[in-house]
Design a protein around this ligand. Structure first.
Ligand code: AMP
Length: 119
């Protein structure tokens, strides 16, 4: 499984730095964002180091599909499945991607406003 020794999310996957994990299986891990923007703000991360959606290949099919399975379980366990939530993947500079290890944000716990910033 590809890994970047300098990547903060690879270090969380390896247990080298702490995270408040809420879900884990053989392909993905989910943990609380360190700087939550909403009452529920969870990051769901493939264990394999994939830089961004630009790097997704057929080889990542299982891990990428598992992000959504994990998201469903996290939505249920954090209590937002019925009230609603937003899944977001930032890719590259215009999206403001800060951590170059593909990850899905799960936002919830309050009304989330418009999908993108108004022009
Ligand atoms: P993005 O802008 O989509 O790349 O989002 C990266 C997210 O990772 C931000 O919301 C950060 O607050 C979050 N983050 C960065 N480092 C950590 C960490 N060590 N533990 C949990 N969340 C982190």
């Amino acid at each position: 499984m590809a890994r970047d020794p300098n990547c903060v999310f690879c270090k969380i996957v390896a247990g080298e730095i702490p995270a408040k994990k809420v879900y884990e299986d053989d392909l993905v891990v989910a943990f609380h964002d360190i700087n939550p923007r909403t009452p529920v703000h969870i990051l769901i991360v493939p264990k394999e180091h994939i830089v961004s959606a630009n790097d997704a290949t057929e080889a990542h099919r299982d891990a990428l599909g598992q992000l959504f399975i994990a998201a469903r379980q996290v939505a249920e366990s954090t209590g937002v499945a019925k009230t609603g939530y937003r899944l977001l993947v930032n890719n590259g500079p215009h999206a403001g991607q800060e951590v170059m290890h593909l990850h899905m944000h799960l936002f919830g716990g309050q009304p989330l406003g418009p999908m993108v910033m108004p022009r």
